[in-house]
Structure formats: C-alpha cells, structure tokens
Design a protein around this ligand. Structure first.
Ligand SMILES: C[S@@+](CC[C@H](N)C(=O)[O-])C[C@H]1O[C@@H](n2cnc3c(N)ncnc32)[C@H](O)[C@@H]1O
Length: 291
C-alpha cells in the first residue's frame, strides 16, 4: 500500500461525512478505519498500484462508500438505545455513586436532555406563565422525566412519563426506584391507545401541565390520524415542541417542523399563549379548555 493512501482515503471520506452528518472527525475517522479493515476487497484494492483518484472511481469503493454512509446514519440513530440497553441490563449499579454516574451519562448521551440539562432555567419561562403544577404528564417522554426530576426538584409535582419505547420506560422506573422517588412513574403507552387506559393506571383525570416535546412531527409522520388523540390531551396547559436541527444530519429542519406543529395546532381547540425558543428546540405553550 502506498504511503498515506489509507490516510488520504479516510480524510477524503471523512470530509464528506462530517459535513453531512452529526459526527466528529475523530469518531468518523476511527469508524472508517474499522470498516476499511473489515473490507477485504477494498484492502486488496489499496494494495494495488493505484492513485486515490483511481480508487475513488472503482465500484468497490463506491459500494463501500454508500454502505458506510448508511451505517453512519444508522449508528447515529440507534447509538443511544444500544448503549443504554447494554448498560442498564448487563451491569449492576450497586452503590449510589455508580447510579448517579449512570444517570449523568444517560442524560448526557441524549441530545435533547443534554441540552436541557445544560441550561438550568430551561423551563422557567413556562413556570412563570402557569401556576405551579401538581401533576405533569410527559407524553412521548423518552428519558426526559429523569432530567426534569433531577434538575427541577422545586417544581415538586407528580410526573407521569408515557412512551411506546420500552427501554425509556424501564429506565425511568429504574431511576424512580434507585432514588426512592414516588413522584416519578412511567408507563408504556402508544398515542393510538388514547387516554382512557392511562387514567385507569394513574387515577389522574386532568393534568395541570403536559410536555409533548419533539413528538408531534414524528408521531404524525407515522400516523396522520394521531392528531385527533393529540388534540384531546387531558391537561390544562401543554408545551408542544420540535427540533431545530436533524438528529443525524447537519441541516436545519425548523421550517418544516414549525409548519407541522402549526398545521396541527390549527386543527385543535388549543389556544397558543406563548412561543418557546431555545438553541436547538422551539415550540408553543397552549392553554386548553380544561384550564
Ligand atoms: C424525539 S423523541 C423525544 C423524547 C422526549 N420527548 C424528549 O424530547 O427528550 C420522540 C419520542 O416520541 C416517542 N413516540 C413516537 N411515536 C409515538 C407514539 N405513537 N406513541 C408513543 N410514543 C411515541 C418515541 O418513542 C420517542 O421517545
């Protein structure tokens, strides 16, 4: 293999990939090296007397390039879940320090909760507008109730997290049991289930406040009828948000997501009372007829 050929190939691919996807150059380079070392056809090609330009034109490289980009995209989407599942179910967190470290890593491993944890007053503008809630529903919660409970103890409300994602629900309940916290509970729930089954479990008829963060666009993409159930959330005030940028790609999706949120809100009886605007997230606080 010619001197620097491998390095140049990695750099060439890395420039392209890091421009498009949310991956650091370091992580990208090490992933590329690992993938190249697994690809015998490409390794053989690199041993031939070819220039980088010639290699980039081969079918072997083109196949590798497109497969690798797909893998980067796929890994960025599933990284969080894989890490968490393995960490949570394979290891024992026998003492408080280890548990706290795990919770810290968990919050930091998730883009949304990390950003919210960094800005200590993230929700304050909302709590200045509504009276202190006794009950909060976090719909499509992910692991947000963990971050919320840890960083907003003064809110002192019962937090019910609901999500179709089993591992997030398991993590929240684990957190609640570790911290002996009876204020936080979570249930596996799909939007399509509606709210009757939830009321049976929690015995809360109307929540003072509901978080629907970064959920509406994704839910509507999968089921265009989901808006009907989302327009009947049993809460007095609801914060609907969406992401400003894509989870995997370096591009703004704010315009598209805003259109989706506003189209959805127009179909409902909710009254927008405040616009929420953060670095990576934006949305609307609405008042419902229950308020
Ligand atoms: C982008 S994540 C946001 C998580 C959390 N709200 C946050 O902002 O940190 C979207 C969440 O919505 C959940 N979700 C999507 N469709 C759903 C559905 N039909 N029913 C329940 N949860 C759903 C996903 O499982 C995921 O946890």
């Amino acid at each position: 293999m010619k001197n620097n050929l491998l390095e140049n190939l990695i750099n060439n691919m890395s420039i392209d990939i890091t421009k498009k996807y949310k991956i650091s150059e370091e992580a990208c380079n090490s992933f590329l090296l690992q993938e190249i070392n697994k690809n015998k056809l490409l390794l053989d090609l690199l041993k031939e007397d070819k220039t980088l330009k010639q290699i980039l034109k081969t079918k072997i490289f083109k196949d590798f390039n497109s497969k690798t980009k797909k893998a980067v995209y796929h890994n960025l989407r599933t990284y969080h879940k894989k890490e968490i599942n393995q960490d949570m179910f394979n290891k024992k967190y026998e003492n408080d320090k280890k548990q706290q470290e795990f919770i810290e890593n968990l919050i930091n491993s998730h883009i949304s909760t990390k950003e919210r944890a960094l800005e200590k007053d993230y929700y304050n503008e909302i709590f200045n507008l509504i009276s202190a809630p006794n009950s909060i529903l976090d719909l499509g919660c992910g692991i947000n109730p963990i971050m919320f409970n840890r960083d907003y103890p003064h809110v002192n409300a019962t937090i019910v997290g609901i999500d179709k994602d089993k591992s997030s629900i398991a993590l929240i309940n684990k957190y609640a049991s570790w911290t002996k916290n009876k204020n936080v509970t979570a249930f596996e729930w799909k939007i399509e289930d509606g709210f009757n089954s939830l009321e049976e479990k929690t015995e809360i008829t109307v929540y003072d406040f509901c978080l629907v963060m970064k959920v509406v666009p994704v839910a509507l993409r999968h089921n265009t009828d989901a808006w009907k159930i989302l327009s009947e959330i049993p809460a007095k005030y609801i914060l609907f948000t969406a992401s400003k940028s894509s989870m995997t790609k370096n591009k703004s999706i704010e315009h598209r997501e805003n259109k989706t949120l506003l189209n959805f809100l127009r179909k409902t009886d909710y009254e927008v009372i405040h616009t929420f605007n953060k670095n990576q997230e934006f949305g609307y606080l609405v008042k419902t007829k229950n308020a």
